[in-house]
Design a protein. Structure first.
Lengths: 330, 421
């Protein structure tokens, strides 16, 4: 498939999402919004995992600092509840990036499973702070936000908030797409494929990885700001290892190294978990089954389906099959 | 619906669901239906507690045939996974999609804090039947006008318990409690009442929530303490008395209510015999009402009811009382809370009514674990035998409400440990 067709398809799916979501039930709107927030987190992780080859188990930390910053500013200083919301967004990005800049000093020198362990440990440090720094974070009880910001448009309305989050999602997708297509993004892929060769070619691979790490942290912080206002409540539960693992699974499920794969993974996980769990009590088996089947049969994630199908049936003729293809490759 | 999902986990399937839901009419336009949402953990480490909670409510519904004074009750249970963020999402689902008139439940204190703002934002009644975080009905109660509590505040049983411990002649007590808000509040209430009466808390130990090995903590317990006060949650409750006994410590052990609740009591060994705890309920309460409740519950679910079950059973009973007053018509959120605040009922746990901050005033029972036969059951079992009753205890105990609310909420550092060396 040509690159232009792919982009057009993403546009088409986004447009469909934008048009039909407001007509869905209020709960589904909330779920789509939640999926978009986690999509930003998953895409930020994909920069590390998919493009640079660094499997991070601490991405929730950046979501955490962004969310706590938003909550603390809002409750202590009533900051970010009006137009200043537009200042909180870059602040959230900056604090995520700054945290990543600090953590990156420890983490980036490691690779493979060591990188996994270090990021896990650093993520748990943020959890520990959130849990124990009672006077600032409210400890286990977390922080309740006073409400969504009033910025001329009525953000308290879930549909309006969906539009805002959708906007941030599209902007993030575009920014990250440009990033991975840039020479910088290409060199990240080079590092993933063979770091030694890149080093011999004269690239400062440490710096490249460090910058990628910081960028991923920044987008994680953005997801945190949006998450805090979506949920209205920030607690150490948002920062726990399970959130990081979720992000990792979303990327793997959707297909790493594809950007949109993370978004698809986020959508599937959020809907299986928060929608299916309201329908049937055995939703966990479905979620577990999907993970196992994906890992066993789709190493490339859901985004790998079109290619596999094309390899098996050189000329696909069933219309049903074609529909399936389109549905997963946005 | 599941077959549709199996067809391909894709946005198309999701969109199909979306459209389907969007097209379906708002459920239950009929006036006689009372829709009650229920959030409790149904999966994960706290699933059994969640089951106890919903079973209690369900038992009452079955007794009255799902009919509250003419209103047909639609009872919708949602899994909150013991995570605040999930609880919020599920409560929103119950309100926005199922159009419930109220939602009940929430296990952990943190979940209670997270659910309260949802009730304010969406103007829907939240009945906190378990979540015991003090401030929901204390310093922050004005923020949450739609929250009403039918359970307890964490420190409520601790105040009379501190007094009781002092009356027994204990002078120096060491506390060992799970390191989270609930632990702080239970210990805080105990410490305040105990020290106001002349006792001294000489050491506070905070093992992490979910700790299984108390090896690092038990040897540090001060040798000159008269007694140990423990607050455990979940599996910790089982481990701590065992390891304490194994370490050969023979000091009297007092505990917060959840340390010895019937939820864990049947799984405990004889080492807990003689341990004393305080709560607003005991399955061993020898009142006809409770005896009938225990028998019915045990027959249906095969186990003795815990306070988690009783609290939700009583919650259902209280909602029923309100509906009797309105003859089965939903009175609106505000009026419902007024009515609920005004009723007095005779529950399995004893007489219950709400104070002006919408928290129950109820008996607090000091209970001692004993092995005996009760209620005609054939085997000797562990029971929380009531040894003293403090009638009609409110959340402020004997303290002046205004002054009480001026002090900060009980925490790791409050009240300060004046006698710790």
């Amino acid at each position: 498939m040509h690159n232009r067709n792919k982009i057009l398809m993403v546009f088409a799916v986004l447009a469909v999402l934008l048009i039909i979501t407001p007509f869905a039930s209020s709960y589904v709107i909330l779920l789509v919004t939640q999926a978009l927030v986690f999509a930003i987190l998953a895409m930020s992780l994909d920069i590390l995992l998919g493009f640079t080859g660094l499997p991070s188990l601490g991405q929730a930390a950046y979501l955490g600092v962004g969310a706590y910053l938003t909550a603390i500013l809002a409750t202590r200083y009533q900051f970010g509840l009006d137009w200043s919301f537009w200042l909180v967004v870059p602040m959230g990005v900056l604090i995520g990036a700054a945290t990543a800049a600090l953590f990156g000093l420890f983490a980036v020198r490691a690779t493979g499973v060591y990188f996994l362990m270090i990021t896990l440990a650093l993520g748990m440090c943020v959890w520990g702070l959130a849990y124990r720094w009672n006077s600032l974070t409210g400890g286990d009880n977390g922080i309740n936000l006073p409400g969504r910001p009033e910025i001329g448009i009525h953000l308290a309305n879930d549909t309006t908030y969906f539009y805002v989050v959708f906007g941030f999602f599209v902007a993030s997708l575009a920014a990250l797409y440009i990033l991975v297509r840039s020479p910088f993004g290409r060199s990240l892929v080079g590092i993933r494929e063979r770091e030694l060769r890149m080093r011999i070619l004269g690239f400062n691979t440490w710096l490249h990885k460090y910058i990628a790490f910081i960028i991923a942290g920044g987008f994680g912080g953005l997801a945190g700001v949006l998450w805090a206002h979506l949920s209205g409540h920030v607690s150490p539960q948002d920062v726990i290892l399970a959130t990081s693992v979720d992000a990792l699974l979303m990327v793997v499920l959707g297909g790493s190294g594809t950007l949109v794969g993370g978004a698809i993974g986020a959508g599937v996980v959020v809907f299986l978990r928060d929608y299916l769990s309201t329908v049937v009590p055995w939703w966990q088996y479905v979620l577990g089954g999907v993970y196992i089947l994906t890992i066993l049969y789709l190493p490339g994630g859901l985004m790998g389906i079109p290619e596999r199908v094309r390899n098996r049936w050189p000329r696909s003729d069933g219309t049903g099959e074609r529909e399936k293809l389109q549905s997963v490759s946005h | 619906m599941s077959s549709r999902l199996r067809g391909g986990f894709s946005w198309i399937a999701a969109a199909g669901l979306v459209l389907e839901i969007g097209a379906s009419p708002a459920p239950g336009a009929a006036a006689e239906e009372l829709r009650i949402g229920f959030v409790a953990p149904m999966t994960g480490g706290f699933a059994q507690v969640g089951k106890d909670m919903s079973n209690g409510f369900q038992l009452y519904l079955d007794e009255v045939g799902g009919d509250f004074a003419g209103a047909k009750v639609k009872f919708i249970v949602e899994d909150e996974e013991a995570k605040p963020a999930v609880a919020v999402r599920k409560a929103e689902k119950l309100i926005l999609q199922d159009k419930v008139q109220m939602f009940v439940g929430g296990l952990l204190a943190s979940t209670g804090y997270a659910l309260a703002p949802v009730s304010t934002r969406l103007k829907t009644v939240y009945v906190a039947s378990i979540a015991a975080a003090d401030d929901l009905t204390q310093r922050e109660s004005a923020k949450y006008p739609y929250v009403v509590r039918t359970g307890w505040t964490s420190s409520q049983p601790s105040h009379p318990f501190g007094q009781w411990a002092c009356d027994q002649g204990y002078k120096r007590i060491v506390s060992i409690a799970a390191d989270f808000a609930f632990g702080y509040e239970v210990v805080g209430g105990f410490q305040k009442a105990f020290e106001d009466c002349g006792g001294k808390i000489i050491q506070k130990i905070w093992p992490a929530l979910g700790a299984k090995d108390f090896g690092p903590y038990i040897p540090t317990i001060k040798k000159d303490a008269d007694a140990i006060f423990s607050v455990m949650a979940g599996p910790m409750s089982l481990q701590f008395p065992k390891q304490l006994a194994a370490a050969g410590i023979k000091k009297p052990v007092l505990g917060g209510g959840t340390s010895y609740d019937e939820f864990v009591l049947p799984s405990m060994g004889d080492e807990v015999i003689g341990h004393v705890s305080a709560l607003q309920y005991s399955a061993a309460l020898e009142t006809p009402k409770n005896q009938a409740f225990v028998k019915k519950y045990r027959e249906k679910y095969g186990k003795v009811p815990s306070y988690y079950s009783e609290s939700n059973y009583t919650t259902a009973q209280m909602i029923h009382e309100v509906m009797k007053k309105t003859r089965g018509k939903w009175p609106g959120a505000q009026r419902f809370i007024e009515l609920l605040s005004s009723i007095k009922i005779d529950a399995a746990r004893g007489p219950v009514h709400l104070d002006e901050m919408r928290n129950p005033v109820q008996n607090i029972y000091i209970k001692k674990v004993e092995k005996k036969k009760m209620f005609g059951y054939p085997n000797e079992e562990l029971w929380n035998v009531v040894i003293k009753t403090y009638p009609n205890v409110g959340q402020f105990w004997k303290y002046n409400k205004k002054e009480f609310l001026k002090q900060p909420v009980y925490s790791r550092d409050f009240p300060p440990c004046k006698y710790c060396q």
